[in-house]
Design a binder for this molecule. Sequence first.
Ligand code: UTP
Length: 291
Amino acid sequence: MTTKIRKAVIPAAGLGTRVLPISKVMPKEMLPIVDKPAIQYIVEEAVRSGIEDILIITNRGKGIIEDHFDHAVELEHRLAATGKKEMLDQIRSLAHLANIYFVRQKETRGLGHAINCARSFVGGEPFAVLYGDDVILGDDPACGQLCRVYGEYGCGVVGIKEVTEEQVQRYSSLKVDLLRDNLYKVTDMVEKPSPDKILSLYSVLGRCVLPPDIFDILDRTPPGAGGEIQLTDAMCTLARRSGMTGVDFTGTRYDMGNKLGILQATCEVALRHPEVGDDFRAYLKELVKTL
Ligand code: UTP
């Protein structure tokens, strides 16, 4: 039996040190991919996955994320007065995508600590987590692929992908056994493993669906890699206790927390963009001749 997942949490309170200096004042979650900020793609993915309530975890200086999902009264009046109906509809719809709530993580103590700030929003239900700097694009929203599996095996779900040996040491490594098709049983995991601690080249990438028990586990999770409270360490307790299900999801993931990821997202989305796609393709073709 599957369980309907109604709530999602988007942690967006990190310092973004890998994309400085732009992230000094501009939250990396607000960096543009052509004409929308990264976090809008993530909210849209959650909505397409059937999520109704979204909590975005922010911190000092990230107020523009709240503004982006609010009405912009003066701008809307101007667009209405000048007959720009299509853009007006687009701008207005942003304030009605879902029920979006905000809470501040008052100290940057890691992703696990950020998720623990969602306890009272989540209450006693399972919930999805979409990392605020991981944009995943595809026809079937990645979050929805995980939500559909939650409940089937009676445990939490993580979105997984095989990565390179160099990447696995920067992300996490999972102990996996194939269940069927693209589903795996996950029985152990380690955050940022040294080469001798690598369990497999499967990493958790950007999405998970967790039972509410995760909060009690987070309360007891000490700081791990980098001195931060790691969500991976808490999920490791879950995986060892009752197993988790890994979904090797379909879709292309762009890491907006790293400079190359930002460029790849911009380039690939621009090529498919209805307004600028053709001109951008022609421009790129000319440019590559000079490389
Ligand atoms: P990252 O570890 O990729 O973000 O966390 P970071 O800490 O901003 O990265 P660097 O290493 O300094 O560049 C994944 C997600 O978790 C959020 C981040 O905003 C990102 O979306 N996060 C991380 C929090 O909300 N709070 C934290 O304390 C840490």
